[in-house]
Design a protein around this ligand. Structure first.
Ligand SMILES: Nc1ncnc2c1ncn2[C@@H]1O[C@H](COP(=O)(O)OP(=O)(O)OP(=O)(O)O)[C@@H](O)[C@H]1O
Length: 594
């Protein structure tokens, strides 16, 4: 039942191009009928030309045979091209559907699984499913059609032969059932292995620096070997059962052929059957049983497709994130008066999969304020920012942005109003210009250049031969950490957001550049709201309000002076940061003196 539903769901990919699919099938059918006319023409050639000595029939029969073969060949080429095109389109359509869903499910869900699962879904699972629709299913349908048309031919020759063919069908058809279970287990195993291997390979490449720096090449190879050892086992099992299923079917067809020859020879000797009809009958019987036998070989592909379709369906049924799942979500804009420029939390609790991460958070951040969030590592600062962006589900309490509860903000409106710079900068393949313009897709070169100037990247960009049109390879690996962070800040300010969230945005910058960047942020965000998590005391001191976090909650809030007069945890943090800054400064001074 479940797998029937899965097949029915495929219709949504076929429907938009059903005419083309129909044409493909029509051509397949024409080709099939023409090919099945060939044994009949051969039987006529044997009986009427070779035995009956009707030489005037040589040209018409052989001409028809060649003509049918030529038309069938043209139909095959056109049909094949159509199904190839559809296969590519369906793969793309499925990838788009999956990508859209990836953008709707909770962010922690993606972070939990890592890239392997999504690479397997977007890669192998979509290509397998598209191949199923346009190759395997087409093949299965044409095998069935071939079988039915061949049966019709046999019955017109001799009804007893027809009955013999019909009797053979269930025997050959029952063979795949013998192997279905082990093949399904092996195919499922292959898929999950490939998913794990995808994740490991991704890690191996991403972690290249760590692997070399720690001399982990041996460990990496052992890990690799262990992974492939299991893969080899399931791969052998899958191949073995696929062959067993196919070969058992071949044996059954060979047996049926022998029986037909036995029966047919008797008929020929008794004079009720011609030699030509016997030859044609054997070919037609094979045309009935071979397709079923072909299905036995396809069983593994069929099960593989079911596994891939099942994985896609199960992923597409993952619930969407909160802000997209309810309320006025799904693209409609909040009232025009609502801007993401102030923020209120009352008793906010954020939990994910049973773990409470933020507890009873109270905060009031007004328009134009710069609010700093400080606290030890793991105190919940990043999670709070994620909750404000709608990436963490609110379990209880209240989180309002611009007067609207977060869940009533459509994702698109939140994305438009909030800019974000994280500790790890993500740059995309493309030029410097394209990466910064992601903050404002219709930005002019001048606007991008201005943003880069504001974050202090002007001289760097000017020194590049292609300037802002310099291509960034693999996440801009040639840029320093500081340059990457400044790119991210330039991208964030391009958007001119109502709310700017900066999670350790200047951790890779030296003191001078940091000051320059923070001045830019202050200037650009004047009158707008900024949330920042940073260790730099100068920025913290300058904040309008400081929230001190510990164990996922806010223990105190106020200005620097207020907190210095009453909050032990804040005093501790300040002492530590000042000591750290003094050490850095002394180091700098020593370096300068050298
Ligand atoms: N999806 C999640 N599921 C379960 N626990 C989580 C999840 N995300 C974060 N945590 C936990 O919540 C706590 C707060 O993490 P968070 O990243 O918000 O801290 P932080 O204050 O930003 O730390 P840092 O300054 O080191 O970046 C940590 O203990 C972390 O392990």
């Amino acid at each position: 039942m479940k797998s029937i539903r899965m097949y029915v769901r495929l219709i949504r990919y076929i429907r938009p191009r059903w005419r083309m699919t129909g044409l493909g099938f029509l051509l397949t059918l024409i080709c099939l009928v023409l090919n099945l006319c060939q044994p009949y023409l051969i039987s006529q050639f044997i009986d009427r030309v070779l035995i009956g000595r009707n030489t005037e029939l040589v040209v018409p029969i052989l001409g028809a045979s060649i003509g049918f073969a030529a038309v069938a060949a043209v139909c095959t080429v056109i049909g094949f091209t159509i199904f190839r095109f559809l296969e590519a389109r369906h793969t793309l359509d499925m990838r788009t559907t999956i990508l859209r869903h990836i953008r709707r499910i909770p962010l922690p869900e993606i972070e939990k699984h890592g890239p392997g699962k999504y690479m397997a879904l977007m890669g192998m699972d979509t290509t397998t499913t598209a191949r199923f629709i346009n190759v395997i299913a087409v093949e299965l349908i044409s095998l069935w059609l071939q079988m039915l048309v061949a049966l019709a031919f046999i019955f017109t020759i001799d009804w007893r032969l027809g009955l013999m063919a019909v009797a053979g069908i269930p025997i050959v058809m029952s063979i795949p059932r013998l192997y279905r279970k082990p093949i399904r287990a092996a195919v499922g195993g292959l898929r999950s292995h490939n998913e794990h291997i995808g994740s490991y390979l991704y890690e191996s490449i991403q972690g290249s620096r760590e692997i070399r720096a720690y001399g982990l090449e041996g460990w990496e190879e052992e890990r690799n070997d262990a992974m492939y050892k299991d893969l080899v086992k399931v791969s052998i099992r899958e191949g073995m059962f696929r062959q067993l299923s196919g070969q058992t079917g071949s044996l059954a067809v060979a047996l049926a052929t022998v029986l037909i020859y036995g029966f047919g020879s008797g008929q020929v000797m008794s004079g009720s059957f011609s030699v030509g009809l016997l030859v044609a009958s054997v070919q037609y019987i094979q045309s009935v049983l071979n397709p079923i036998q072909g299905m036995n070989y396809l069983i593994s592909d069929l099960i593989g497709s079911e596994v891939a379709m099942g994985r896609i369906e199960s992923f597409l049924s993952t619930p969407a994130e909160q802000s997209d799942a309810g309320g006025s979500a799904n693209g409609s804009a909040p009232p025009a008066s609502e801007r993401a420029s102030n923020l209120t939390c009352r008793d906010l609790v954020v939990a994910y999969e049973g773990t409470t991460i933020l507890r009873n958070v109270d905060a009031d951040i007004r328009e134009g304020q710069m609010a700093a969030f400080v606290g030890r590592s793991g105190s919940g600062k990043s999670t709070f920012f994620k909750a404000v962006q709608g990436f963490m589900p609110v379990q209880s309490g209240m989180l309002r942005i611009g007067g609207l509860p977060i869940r009533e903000w459509p994702r698109s409106a939140l994305s438009r109003s909030i800019s974000f710079v994280s500790q790890e900068t993500f740059l995309f393949r493309g030029t410097l210009y394209e990466n910064v313009a992601l903050g404002k897709l219709d930005a002019s070169e001048e606007e991008v250049y201005r943003a880069l100037r504001e974050v202090g990247l002007q001289s760097f960009v000017d020194a590049l031969p292609a300037g802002i049109h310099t291509q960034l390879d693999n996440q801009g690996f040639r840029l320093s950490g500081g340059q990457r962070q400044r790119m991210a800040i330039a991208r964030a300010i391009m958007k001119q957001p109502d709310l700017l969230i900066l999670d350790e945005p200047t951790s890779s910058l030296d003191r001078h550049t940091e000051q320059q960047v923070l001045d830019t942020i202050h200037r650009v965000m004047r009158g707008k709201t900024t949330l920042i998590s940073t260790h730099r005391m100068e920025t913290i001191r300058a904040a309008d309000v400081i929230y001190v976090m510990e164990h996922g909650g806010i223990v105190d809030s106020g200005t620097h002076d207020e907190l210095m007069s009453r909050c032990g945890l804040y005093i501790d943090l300040v002492k530590r940061e000042e000591l750290q800054e003094r050490v850095e400064r002394t180091g700098d001074e020593r370096l300068e003196a050298m």
